[in-house]
Ligand binder design. Structure first.
Ligand code: FE2
Ligand code: FE2
Length: 166
């Protein structure tokens, strides 16, 4: 999938990155099941550090930009429904992502015990189950709409705001 609008393309690339990260997470959960892995295992440690590094950007920053700039832009163009629906989904996803990042802080300090592993599986599965369909929905519905609607001046302004001031 490729978008002409650079803001859409950037968000699409972030969706692809977070979907790949969620697939890693789901595979690790499926592989270990009831047996808590060693958090120092290189593959597990890499997953934990990728989640801790990427989720704040892929969830907090990305969602905040969509809400502040894109949903409001669509609202002004007469389409409030899609932004309201996607904002509602953000409200479900945000606390799960934040709780997982916080738990990862504990795990990196103390490792997994049975309780921390059970909590990691629960939150990780929940995050995978809501974030992947959300990102796919935006790829299919939100980004093509913006790609059609947005004029080059607005595109440049938003691209600068989101990408060049990272
Ligand atoms: Fe979103
Ligand atoms: Fe998004």
């Amino acid at each position: 999938m490729n978008f002409h609008n650079r803001v859409c393309q950037k968000l699409h690339e972030e969706h692809a990155a977070v979907i790949a990260l969620m697939q890693e997470l789901a595979q690790t959960i499926a592989r270990c099941r009831d047996n808590a892995p060693d958090a120092r295992n290189p593959m597990v440690a890499k997953l934990l550090s990728d989640l801790a590094a990427e989720l704040p950007g892929e969830v907090e920053r990305h969602f905040a930009f969509e809400e502040a700039e894109l949903f409001s832009y669509l609202g002004e163009a007469g389409n409030q429904g899609i932004g309201a629906h996607l904002t509602y989904e953000h409200g479900i996803i945000r606390p799960i992502g934040a709780a997982l990042v916080k738990l990862i802080g504990d795990v990196r300090a103390q490792g997994f015990d049975a309780a921390r592993w059970a909590e990691f599986r629960r939150l990780g599965q929940q995050l995978n189950d809501c974030l992947v369909p959300h990102a796919r929905k935006e790829d299919m519905a939100l980004l093509p709409l913006l790609d059609d609607l947005m004029d080059p001046e607005k595109e440049m302004q938003l691209y600068e705001k989101y990408v060049e001031h990272m």
